[in-house]
Design a protein around this ligand. Structure first.
Ligand code: NAD
Ligand code: UFG
Length: 334
């Protein structure tokens, strides 16, 4: 299939492009490099041995997107382009609604006018807010606590409205849990700009002495060791989930799927495993809770298993090993 990949130079996009190329799909990456680097595209080529079609541009530019869809004879779109930092979204909500909501609207309008109706959309477990019941199933009530989360939920609602109005759309909404790790080659991985927000990149930077220590945001949660529990998922498993979702779009639908492992690990368990695989001591301090954090969040992945024939295969050890391999091969990123 000819697949247009918006945000394809980013963390999840690059890994998904590798899987798409491995499965002989043809891809066109569109990215404005707001949070990524052109080198990432070259690394995808190095891993796959295939030339990658690429255009620098913005998803909010309808005319540009329409031209790319038409010229490339695009059959389906994977939409990763967007912003993802919860804290920044609270400081600058208009930017988040512009990129994440207006950006997706422009893309959908361009797709509609070109009669391309297959879409895989990057949503997030953040749409579940503080879950009332664990593990989280897809039909749990949705509510969010910050502008980033709301931008994802608004887009989900737009997609459901679009499908209701025109049931010939084929839409898969993927709710990611906590993507971590890197490709085995160590050529592509997460390259956060500035101080990372997420646990695993900070742990990797402390292990490699790029940072002195990390703060654990609270050890007084009602969990096994008092620290927050999350469903970490290996980025390659997540990327394969996208491939399976794309393949499921041979029938019209608008379905949401959890992409998680179903296993929860605490912050202390992640640190311990990372110390083990890197053979480095990871210094930390206990700090107060971070606003908006929940004690525990992990997926029920059954629906994705049944509908997409997909299951995460890689465990916490492999996530940490691959993250460490990427970190030592690329100590300052791309
Ligand atoms: P990323 O920042 O690494 O990748 C996003 C890419 O989109 C970047 O290459 C960026 O330059 C590009 N981009 C941003 N705005 C653009 C625009 N207007 N036009 C063109 N390109 C644009 O992030 P990621 O981790 O790969 O996330 C991909 C998607 O998944 C995002 O929509 C994000 O919100 C969502 N998501 C990520 C996580 C996570 O923890 N990584 C969790 C849930 C959902
Ligand atoms: N944590 C620390 N110290 C840090 C960073 C994180 O103790 O320096 C803890 C958090 O308190 C939490 C756990 O590590 O308990 C994981 O935190 P992350 O920031 O890595 O991930 P979150 O679960 O908070 O959020 C991530 C993405 C969101 C996405 C969500 C989906 O950042 O965009 O997963 O579940 F919405």
């Amino acid at each position: 299939m000819n697949v247009l990949v918006t945000g394809g130079a980013g963390f999840i996009g690059t890994h998904t492009c590798v899987e798409l190329l491995k499965s002989n799909h043809s891809i066109l990456i569109i990215d404005n490099f707001e949070n990524s680097h052109p080198e990432a595209v070259k690394r995808v080529e190095a891993i796959t041995g295939k030339k990658v079609n690429f255009r620098q541009g913005d998803v909010r530019d309808i005319a540009f997107i329409k031209k790319q869809i038409t010229d490339f004879k695009c059959e389906a779109v994977m939409h990763f382009a967007g912003l993802k930092a919860v804290g920044e979204s609270c400081q600058n909500p208009l930017k988040y609604y512009d990129y994440n909501v207006a950006g997706t609207l422009s893309l959908l309008q361009a797709m509609q006018s070109c009669n391309v109706k297959k879409l895989v959309f990057s949503s997030s477990a953040t749409v579940y807010g503080a879950p009332k019941r664990l593990p989280i199933v897809e039909d749990t009530e949705l509510h969010t606590t910050n502008p980033y989360g709301r931008s994802k939920l608004i887009v989900e609602d737009i997609l459901r409205d679009l499908y209701t109005s025109d049931p010939s759309w084929h839409i898969a909404i993927l709710r990611y849990f906590n993507p971590v790790g890197a490709h085995k080659s160590g050529l592509i991985g997460e390259d956060p700009i500035g101080i990372p927000n997420n646990l695993m990149p900070i742990v990797a930077q402390v292990a490699s002495n790029r940072r002195e220590k990390l703060s654990i945001w609270g050890n007084d949660y009602p969990t096994k060791d008092g620290t927050g529990i999350r469903d970490y998922i290996h980025i390659v498993d997540l990327a394969i989930g996208h491939l399976k979702a794309l393949e499921s779009l041979n029938v019209a639908q608008c379905n949401a799927y959890n992409l998680g492992t179903g296993n929860g690990y605490s912050v202390l368990e992640v640190i311990k495993m990372f110390e083990h695989v890197s053979n480095q001591k990871i210094e930390y301090e206990i700090a107060s809770r971070r606003d908006g954090d929940v004690a525990e969040c992990y997926a029920d992945p059954l629906y994705a298993m049944q509908q997409l024939d997909w299951k995460a295969e890689r465990g916490l050890r492999e996530m940490c090993e691959d993250m460490w391999n990427w970190q030592i091969k690329n100590p300052t990123g791309y």
